[in-house]
Design a protein around this ligand. Sequence first.
Ligand code: PLP
Length: 384
Amino acid sequence: MGAQQFYRDTWAEINLDNIYYNVESLKKILPEKVVLFAVVKANAYGHGDIQAARTAISAGASYAAVALLDEAIALRKKGFTEPVLVLGTSRPENAALAAEYDITLTVFQKEWIDKAKECLKESKPVKLHMKVDSGMGRIGVKTKEELKDVESAIRENSCFYLEGVFTHFATADESDKTYFNQQLASFNELLESFEQRPELVHASNSAASFRYPESYFNGVRLGISMYGLSPSREIETELPYPLKEAFSLRTRLVHVKEIKSGEKVGYGATYEAKAPEWIGTLPIGYADGWIRKLRGKEVLVDGKRVQIAGRICMDQTMIKLPNHLPLGTEVTLIGRQGNEFISVNEIADELETINYEITCMMSNRIPRVYIQGGQIVEVVNGLF
Ligand SMILES: *Cc1c(COP(=O)(O)O)cnc(C)c1O
């Protein structure tokens, strides 16, 4: 049991057994030599970076991946000792810092290498993965010439160690395979230009890991599906194993009252009772990531679906209750309650976005409660 406490009646439950299962199930499908990178950027898509990373390692992952050097350092400061790759850009001035923390950086510009080598004179060598832009149009080398220039600049200097090369797919989660195949072909072609191909070659995100064994090379990067979510609705039927969602969001009734016909609720007095009805108040609002667009959406109370009443406030939300319910009654905003289930996908559909965005937007004001083997094993209050 972690030492942290929280004093509000709203929390997220993170089911570590489900994260373990999602990672282990992919690991079982992969050939032995394929390294599994656990993508834990953005605080593990809102689930908690160190908890998700440790769970993934115990389930068979051997590398963690994040977007920023700051996120990688945060993992180190929390005691994570396995390899960590920064997938995004970092400043060449910080190469020595990365080396000091034994963090692997992504590179794709000759200028970066030239600047970094000035900064690395006194330091240990820094591990690098070269990024190839095979069609995502974001970061990476695009031509053979660029690849060769970057490779030779790296190899000329002993303060660098080129450990890997990777690319990222733009459409691996879409039914149409045309663009994916073009990207794969272009990545394969660029790989031919290495004087010496780095030992780790990886390309697949969750979607490609599930659908395209030909893009395994010897590493895959599992992000969204590690948390039990499908990369898209389109490929839900193609998943090789049933995913188990790890994120639930719960709160409690902190006020219950009966209002008369004609009485109003919330800012703008937009909700009006048509008859006498029971209204409950929840201590969660848009500052928690429970945004105003969710107005009118359903939540679970007493195993039933009920509606949000009126506008969502910064810190509070009112709901229409079927009848009087005691203070402290648990309300589920995301997850299972009795026979009802509100999936992250349901919220994503409601907000016309993707499931990725939903767990990422839950703010650090919501404490995370970690569940393993049916027990609370740790509590993290992001505020202190
Ligand atoms: C975020 C990210 C991933 C993980 O993608 P998922 O779709 O969440 O599996 C993999 N690779 C890169 C480069 C990323 O930025």
